[in-house]
Design a protein around this ligand. Structure first.
Ligand code: NCD
Ligand code: ZN
Length: 333
């Protein structure tokens, strides 16, 4: 049995730079027609010049014309209408990180003040530039996303024409908030769709499933599964694949981030198949994102077949999600 997907999109991806970029980018480029690339490099991407140069390095690393990187700007300071006009051809969205909530987010916003952000967000609304948000507070780790919901609500209400993307949602509360405002959208990762906190700390400590937001309870996972399996048009796939070298993960102070890029489409095919919903996979991995962002990705047909394979233990110096485990679908190359 095989299935084809038309121009799949990964709407939340970390590609890093230099050697890491050249090793990880091909895994995404062979499975996807495009990906929204996160700006949390060191230093973060805050200028048009830096973004354009990074796009070129990604294009060199992937080396294919049927893969398009969709770039983002790291929101560090207010942005004038004029600066946004200049940035618009180079970016698909502006990314907001609250300071300190995840990897390389220290220079993000120290506080989210709706009125202080008004000039920037009104200009973005007018120019139709979406705002992508890592929605977590600095509170107790399991409650950080839930605690951020009033901020999503305040922003969605104050800027009704601004498209706001709730990135990598991981909680049942996020699904409820998503449905309250027409201008809220969300990405869902494969790990928040399939795993629970038991897969991180339920047995032996699993550093390779440690990420932000932390993977949560069965009730949270079930709420995300129900929303995705309903074909929710405001929910799109974003892997949040975030590679860190093995020694940074298997460490006394392990980095947050899961390298899922090599396995995402096979895992999604298996998940939708098990639930008898393979017909909804195309929407989740491409059509919803095309509608939400108003993009037409390159033509790139991807074929998957139902055939078991074992995920490599290590790729470059990174341990991928499901390393050493069997997956029932594989990419036809
Ligand atoms: C990401 C990273 O490593 O860049 N880490 C993560 O745990 N998801 C950053 C992020 O998206 O939060
Ligand atoms: Zn991310």
């Amino acid at each position: 049995m095989s299935l084809t997907l038309n121009s799949p999109l990964d709407m939340h991806l970390h590609l890093r730079d230099d050697a890491m970029l050249s090793h990880v980018a091909p895994y995404t480029a062979e499975q996807f027609a495009g990906a929204m690339v996160m700006p949390n490099l060191l230093p973060p991407l805050t200028t048009k010049e830096a973004i354009d140069a990074y796009r070129k390095r990604i294009e060199t690393a992937t080396g294919r014309d049927d893969f398009r990187p969709y770039m983002t700007l790291f929101l560090k300071e207010t942005l004038s209408y004029e600066r946004l006009v200049e940035l618009k051809p180079s970016i698909i969205a502006v990314k907001l990180y609250p300071s300190g909530v995840t990897t390389n987010s220290d220079t993000g916003l120290a506080s989210i003040d709706v009125e202080g952000l008004r000039p920037t967000l009104e200009a973005m609304s007018e120019l139709d530039i979406p705002l992508s948000i890592h929605g977590e507070t600095n509170g107790f780790v399991m409650d950080r996303e839930k605690e951020f919901m009033p901020i999503f609500e305040a922003l969605a209400a104050a800027f009704p024409k601004l498209k706001i993307i709730m990135e990598h949602i991981s909680s049942k509360e996020a699904i409820t908030t998503l449905d309250k405002y027409p201008n809220l959208y969300a990405t869902v990762t494969v790990h928040h769709l399939l795993l629970t906190l038991d897969d991180v700390i339920g047995g032996m400590l699993q550093p390779h499933t440690f990420c932000k937001p932390i993977i949560k309870t069965p009730a949270d996972r079930d709420a995300i599964q129900r929303a995705v399996l309903s074909g929710h048009p405001k929910i799109m796939f974003g892997s949040d694949s975030a590679p860190h070298p093995k020694e940074k993960k298997e460490s006394a102070a392990g980095s947050a981030g899961i390298f899922s890029a090599p396995v995402v489409l096979p895992l999604l095919a298996d998940f939708f198949d098990r639930h008898g919903k393979l017909d909804l996979l195309q929407g989740f991995v491409s059509d919803h994102a095309q509608n939400i962002y108003g993009i037409t990705p390159p033509e790139h047909i991807v074929t998957l077949e139902k055939a078991e394979w074992v995920v490599p233990e290590q790729i470059f110096d990174v341990v991928p999600l499901f390393a050493g485990q069997k997956i029932s679908y594989r990419l036809v190359k």
